[in-house]
Design a protein around this ligand. Structure first.
Ligand SMILES: Cc1ncc(COP(=O)(O)O)c(C=O)c1O
Length: 418
């Protein structure tokens, strides 16, 4: 194959263009990366190879919750990398044992399975729910209820759990045994759940679906229904967990405990790792060989995750999430009082969605792109919602700088059809 090689280091713009083109030619065409090459980061800022600075209000989709190149994380990663990188689960190493123990201390769970991504953590949760049911209940009780607007991953099973047809099209036949319910619809779930239900799975705050929190009382109702029908309750906290909402786990706001919880994204502070947590009772239905992963529990990723967890448990950090979250909402409200383009500003802590209205409907992608060109990285959640997921460590000054750039950009924004 012929490719364009990066050239002319004395002409940085040319290098960017060449690398972008090379990426566009060689990547599987499933992404549409912005046309810049990010190079390095520090705290709430990243820079591209041309030296342009960006305030990062997206944290690589809720991953770099402790900022870029957090100095303590670097120290821990380097120390572990100098000792041991990988062994597989044929052997114990210290970092995953310590992380599993820490996770059980800070959650409802007694047992932890480590994976490498969110989809794999959810895959493990689905397999566990089915296995639990297969051991305890008759064969007709295998159905899993998920919610419209959800996102649970891209493997064939987790994409099926994801109740959004746009992610299914062309990938049929999909695995069976999933039923979809309207999110936050108490009557619908009460009607839908039955003796056939083996699990109900949801994100306490839907992320990709548009930053939509479960309404007060909804998680409690699900807990009650699951207990009534002997079904397991699974919380996918892959995006909303790890301090994002101002508590370590989003379900803590409602005081409702699941039987299984999945984590990934910010768990490793930037390195790929996922986890599925559960109770002793549920875990005991699996036996040696029922599930596994070569990389799961990798010593470097788990050492970093333990350090990330240590930092996330600092009360001042959680207070910062709540304070900066309120401040971000107040700035968005003030801007909307002037522009009137936001239908709703919603979310918890530093997980905030802005639903667009009027002629801005469908413009989320264009807005994120013009913001990027003006030095602030934000995300979209579907075509109609702007998504703000800043580092939990962000200072008011950094947030102000990012929001000044955002405001200046959107005030000049002209909707386009592209
Ligand atoms: C709530 C939720 N679950 C699962 C996933 C899938 O995680 P991963 O991309 O690490 O497989 C995501 C990713 O965006 C997510 O937001």
């Amino acid at each position: 194959m012929t490719t364009t090689q990066p050239s002319a280091i004395d002409d940085p713009t040319k290098v960017t263009q060449d690398l972008v083109e090379l990426g566009q030619q060689t990547y599987l065409p499933v992404y549409a990366p912005r046309e810049m090459i990010l190079d390095h980061g520090e705290g709430s800022r990243v820079w591209d190879i041309d030296g342009n600075e960006y305030i990062d209000l997206g944290t690589g989709i809720s991953v770099n919750n402790l900022g870029h190149c957090n100095p303590d994380m670097i120290r821990v990663a380097v120390a572990q990398m100098k000792k041991l990188w990988h062994t597989s689960n044929i052997y114990f190493t210290e970092p995953p044992i310590r992380l599993a123990a820490d996770l059980t201390k800070v959650s409802f769970a007694d047992r932890v399975f480590f994976s490498n991504s969110g989809a794999e953590a959810n895959e493990a949760a689905i397999k566990l729910a089915r296995k639990f049911s297969s051991v305890k209940h008759p064969p007709q009780k295998r159905e899993i209820i998920t919610f419209k607007g959800s996102f649970h991953g891209r493997t064939l099973t987790t994409v099926t759990a994801t109740a959004q047809p746009k992610y299914h099209e062309g990938f049929e036949p999909l695995p069976g045994g999933f039923t979809y319910c309207d999110f936050n619809d108490e009557e619908a779930i009460t009607q839908l759940i039955s003796e056939k239900t083996c699990a109900v799975m949801l994100e306490p705050i839907q992320g990709e679906g548009g930053i939509t929190p479960a309404q007060p009382g909804f998680l409690k109702l699900l807990r009650k229904l699951c207990d009534q029908y002997e079904a397991l309750l699974i919380f996918d906290e892959i995006q909303c967990g790890m301090g994002r909402t101002g508590k370590l786990f989003a379900h803590e706001w409602e005081g409702v405990l699941p039987d299984i919880m999945t984590l990934a994204k910010a768990l490793g502070g930037g390195l790929p790792i996922g986890a599925m947590l559960t109770t002793e009772k549920v875990a005991q239905t699996l036996k040696v060989g029922d599930h596994g992963s070569t990389f799961g529990g990798n010593p470097v990723a788990t050492a970093l995750a333990a350090e990330a967890l240590r930092q996330l448990r600092t009360p001042t950090l959680m207070k910062n999430v709540q304070q900066q979250g309120e401040y971000l909402k107040s700035r968005l409200n003030a801007l909307n009082a002037e522009l009137g383009k936001f239908k709703e500003i919603r979310g918890l802590g530093l997980m905030i969605g802005v639903e667009l209205q009027g002629e801005w409907i469908g413009q989320a992608k264009n807005i994120t792109e013009v913001c990027r060109r003006h030095g602030v990285l934000i995300l979209q959640a579907g075509p109609n919602v702007l998504r703000f997921l800043p580092p939990l460590t962000i200072t008011k000054e950094e947030l102000d700088l990012g929001m000044d750039r955002f405001e200046a950009t959107v005030k000049r924004f002209q909707p386009s059809s592209s």
